[in-house]
Ligand binder design. Structure first.
Ligand code: PMP
Ligand code: GLU
Length: 402
């Protein structure tokens, strides 16, 4: 049934939420175009350039004529390089034909949802979750089931919570570690205790989104797929956007059981075909070259995290956790709800994000988009100077709320 009989648009799009991260970033751009000095801490995008050796590899690939369609799942060379990477860095065994390269990890997740979920199925999301998970699950006709963790639990769900949320209709569990938006990192022990629950339900596929694996301040990244009990139930999603500062290249990938990889490739073959050919050549370089630039970026993020925590802790009313990875801080801002500025009452995190954009000219994303309306997400993928100025402005604007 149509939501709006006068609309020519499908229910699918009418019911879908627009990406809050991308919307806020566009709102910030619009305000900037009007001449305001807006600091955008909304989009999750490294502020670094793609390392030179990767850019050079793309130029060479263009000159060598890598400009045609590739196989839908990606070139054999890139899939073999990803297979080696999985083994070398994650201790995961995926052969090249268990790997599908896509136009970003976002597409990998969309392929999985379309390949694995039927209308009426349930997909459990560990909340706070990355914005697009719930929209993608909804597009597949399935129901997102949010499993909520708060700042007091370091934003991590427990096996008991998970056990309670599983029903006969649960087909998927999706989470990211390091997590967008909280920066929380699940330890091996924590993943094992979640795996103990999931392995009792063989109909469930785990989507382990590891796109922030290289931005991990606690040192060791654990891939869910290395836990024997759930190895055959796990699909590992990763990409080049974060660890290699390649957001605009649109390259992501997954490794998983053969039937799932095949199904994802089948879907992709009717949507977009293989990812861009010369980008795939450069991606091999990214994986096989020295990771020094990646480590340098991660070190810079750690320094900024510490600076941000120091600065944000000086603002009364913000409750801040210490993220162990990614490049976001996700403070609890609920102390400001009910306060007002003039005749504007801040009732929730959406109001607060809009208020900060217009009053402080700082773009952040409301926690509601991530399933945690009591929080807001601040990306610290910006220069130290911008971050200092942004927090100064946020502090002033919040102090003006009474
Ligand atoms: N997963 C998470 C957790 C993310 O933050 C992002 C951000 N873009 C993606 C997946 C998708 O990344 P991309 O499509 O750029 O590879
Ligand atoms: N993943 C990033 C974010 O969370 C990029 C924008 C998007 O694709 O949502 O901001």
């Amino acid at each position: 049934m149509k939501n709006d009989p006068s609309s020519r648009l499908s229910n699918r799009v009418l019911e879908m939420q627009e990406s809050a991260t991308l919307k806020m970033t566009q709102d910030a751009r619009n305000l900037r175009a009007q001449g305001h000095h807006v600091i955008s801490l909304s989009v999750g995008e490294p502020d670094f350039d793609t390392p030179v050796h990767i850019r050079e590899a793309a130029k060479t690939a263009l000159d060598e004529g890598h400009t045609r369609y590739t196989p839908v799942s990606g070139t054999k060379e890139l899939r073999e390089a990803i297979s080696r990477k999985f083994k070398r860095e994650n201790n995961l065994e995926y052969s090249a034909d268990q790997i599908v390269v896509s136009n970003g990890a976002k597409q990998s997740i969309a392929n999985l949802a379309l390949a694995l979920l039927n209308p009426g199925d349930e997909a459990i999301l560990f909340a706070p979750y990355w914005v697009s998970y719930s929209a993608i699950v909804g597009l597949a006709g399935a129901t997102p089931v949010e499993l909520k963790a708060s700042i007091k639990d370091d934003f991590k769900v427990t096996p008991e919570q998970l056990q309670k949320a599983i029903t006969d209709r649960t087909r998927m569990v999706i989470f990211s570690s390091p997590c967008n938006p909280t920066g929380s990192v699940y330890t091996r022990e924590e993943l094992e205790s979640l795996a103990d629950v999931i392995c009792q339900h063989k109909q469930i596929t785990i989507v382990s989104d590891e796109i922030y694996e290289h931005i991990n301040f606690q040192g060791s990244h654990c891939s869910m797929g290395t836990i024997e009990a759930v190895r055959e139930q796990t699909v590992t999603v990763n990409g080049f956007s974060k660890g290699f500062a390649m957001t605009g290249w649109r390259l992501g990938y997954l490794g998983g059981p053969s039937d799932i990889a095949k199904a994802c490739s089948k879907i992709q073959g009717q949507f977009t075909s293989g990812a861009n050919a010369f980008g795939q050549r450069a991606a091999i370089k990214a994986l096989e070259a020295d990771l020094a630039p990646t480590r340098e970026m991660a070190a810079a993020f750690l320094q900024r995290r510490d600076m941000m925590i120091g600065l944000l802790n000086e603002i009364d009313g913000l409750e801040v956790n210490i993220p162990q990875g990614a490049f976001y801080i996700f403070p609890d801002v609920s102390a400001f709800f009910g306060r007002s500025s003039g005749d504007k009452v801040i009732e929730n995190s959406d109001h607060l994000a809009t208020y900060l954009l217009h009053e402080a000219h700082v773009a952040v994303v409301a926690g509601s988009a991530f399933g945690s309306p009591e929080c807001m997400r601040i990306s610290y993928a910006a220069s130290e100077e911008e971050l200092r100025e942004a927090v100064r402005r946020i502090g002033l604007a919040l102090n003006n709320l009474h």
